[in-house]
Design a protein around this ligand. Structure first.
Ligand code: AP5
Length: 210
């Protein structure tokens, strides 16, 4: 099954993608994680992407489409995948269509902007493996240390309140039109994000199995 997880920054796409990919044994492909890795490694793509990411803007379509195309061609994606954070523009969705990629479901996780702003200040990510936590809702077992790899967890540069506002604005202007794009193709299911991560997971899994 090929799926897209759609939603505003901080709505919980990454968190839910992690749950569902374990359940279905398919990879979750996060373009955000791929870009952060490229920035950390100082690659050409990373150098080009960093300023856009730090400002809360989208990385240009031509950069991200190439990266995504290479990633979904990998053998682990042949039985299905979850795209977390791609497409982010109608041009990216059209590129996916023109690659001949069949999308079975688009799961939108809907959370109000006010809730997101509060949530993001508590997010922490592992600087090595990218695992995501929350100081209140999903704490690490040992404070400041990643459960998965033991490296330090830090706040993302783009989780500063003013950048979160810019990211929300970008989402409403450039990404939200994808809801109509996939609704008109009969692919969109919307799940209301819940207070508890596990409660949202139940709704997401039910929506996928329906
Ligand atoms: P990306 O990494 O994709 O960031 P984002 O879309 O802004 O998404 P987030 O990772 O912030 O949110 P999420 O919905 O995954 O939330 P999470 O599950 O972590 O992209 C970063 C940047 O890269 C972009 O701004 C752009 O510049 C660039 N980029 C990436 N893809 C691109 C593309 N296709 N085109 C162009 N540019 C691109 O949850 C957030 C927090 O809340 C966590 O701490 C979590 O533990 C907590 N939480 C989750 N669910 C709940 C709940 N139900 N209750 C309480 N807390 C919860």
């Amino acid at each position: 099954m090929n799926m897209i997880f759609l939603g505003a920054p901080g709505a919980g796409k990454g968190t839910q993608a992690e749950v569902v990919c374990k359940e279905l044994n398919i990879p979750a492909i996060s373009t955000g994680n791929m870009l952060r890795e490229a920035v950390a490694n100082g690659t050409e793509v990373g150098l080009k992407a960093k300023a856009f990411m730090d400002a809360g803007d989208l990385v240009p379509d031509e950069i991200i489409i190439g990266i995504l195309k290479d990633r979904i061609a990998q053998p682990d994606a042949k039985n299905g995948f979850i795209l977390d954070g791609f497409p982010r523009t109608v041009a990216q969705a059209e590129a996916l269509d023109s690659m001949g990629v069949q999308i079975d479901k688009v799961v939108e996780i809907n959370v109000a902007d006010e809730k997101i702003t509060a949530r993001m200040s508590g997010r922490r990510v592992c600087e090595k493996c990218g695992n995501s936590y929350h100081i209140e809702f999903k704490p690490t077992k040992v404070e400041g240390i990643c459960d998965a790899c033991g490296a330090k967890v830090v706040q993302r540069i783009d989780d500063k309140p003013e950048t979160v506002q810019a990211r929300l604005k970008t989402y409403h202007e450039k990404t939200a039109p994808l809801k109509d794009y996939y609704q008109s193709r009969g692919k969109l299911v919307t799940v209301e994000g819940q207070e508890e991560i596990a409660d949202t997971s139940k709704l997401v899994l039910a929506a996928i199995k329906n």
